[in-house]
Design a protein around this ligand. Structure first.
Ligand code: ATP
Ligand code: MG
Length: 272
């Protein structure tokens, strides 16, 4: 069964709305390499959208286009019903797009709390001068930012390690701290590049639960890349499948599971 074109409610009661972000005929080249070849797909409000495919298929490149790190040579990115001009990553972040990275990108020497605080940077409005003398607006802003960060820390159950330097944490917890930092910016669209790579079964279960909770409690739309098909099929409403820069499948988990091109290129072969 495909999903309706109109807003709808999923079997587990989640609200899926209109199109939030649309990729239109995106082509991205690095010199002679075409990492993305004429790909179109959309992401709807409230949805959990997965991007899957073999290594080198162009999945991370696609997230990098969405987040403004890469600029496609052809095609358009539409956001909230209008074409988005070419933007820098911090501008895209200010528009409500958050992300985590395939390789963890945290400040290893800083505590968990301070790392998560850096996620609030896009919300800070007080001038450097106001911050320097800790005055009025800067003080109110700081207090509010700290409250927001503490909420996220509680939500992701990392209170016990809030004062621990990130460099001392095991891998699974670092991934959770990275999620916390992305959430601290209160994104409306959250991009997760392999949030469960390298995790054991228990850690994957925890991360799956947190992703579902984020979607449910904050109404955050989520686009994630993941190689674990059990996780993808369980979590996502719709799946885009890429192979050698091309889109070879797009639909509900059931639809892509029975798509012969997808089986031939990806599902039928062992992968990590
Ligand atoms: N900054 C870059 N410069 C040059 N080539 C790049 C760059 N980023 C990606 N590529 C190339 O684009 C192609 C797609 O890479 P990408 O990282 O998007 O794949 P992926 O699907 O995320 O793979 P993986 O599952 O291994 O993470 C590859 O051939 C890669 O070498
Ligand atoms: Mg990748």
């Amino acid at each position: 069964m495909s999903v309706p074109a109109e807003p709808y409610v999923t079997a587990d009661g989640r609200q899926i709305g209109d199109v939030l972000m649309e990729m239109r005929n995106i082509t991205l080249r690095f010199g002679g390499v075409e990492a993305i070849k004429d790909i179109s797909f959309d992401i709807r409000e409230g949805e959990i959208r997965a991007i899957i495919g073999p290594n080198g298929a162009g999945k991370s490149s696609m997230l990098n286009v969405i987040s403004g790190f890469y600029h496609p040579q052809e095609g358009e990115v539409w956001y909230k019903g209008a074409p988005r001009p070419s933007m820098k990553p911090y501008e895209v972040a200010r528009m409500g797009v958050g992300r985590t990275f395939q390789n963890i990108a945290l400040f290893e020497g800083m505590t968990v709390l301070d790392n998560v605080m850096t996620g609030r940077l896009t919300h800070m409005k007080a001038s450097l001068w106001e911050q320097a003398i800790w005055w009025g607006k800067a003080e109110r802003e700081e207090v509010f930012n700290r409250e927001q960060v503490e909420k996220i820390i509680d939500f992701l159950e990392i209170q016990a390690i809030r004062k621990t330097p990130v460099g001392r944490l095991p891998y699974g917890l670092k991934k959770r701290v990275e999620l916390a930092r992305a959430l601290a910016a209160e994104p409306s669209l959250l991009l997760l590049d392999e949030p469960m790579a390298g995790m054991n079964v228990e850690e994957k279960e925890d991360m799956s639960r947190f992703i579902l909770d984020v979607n449910d409690e904050f109404g955050t739309t989520i686009a994630l890349i993941e190689h674990d098909m059990g996780v993808v099929m369980d979590l996502s409403d719709r799946v885009v499948v890429m192979d050698y820069g091309k889109k070879i499948g797009d639909g509900t988990p059931d639809e892509v599971r029975s798509n012969q091109d997808v089986i031939d290129a990806y599902l039928g072969v062992p992968h990590e």
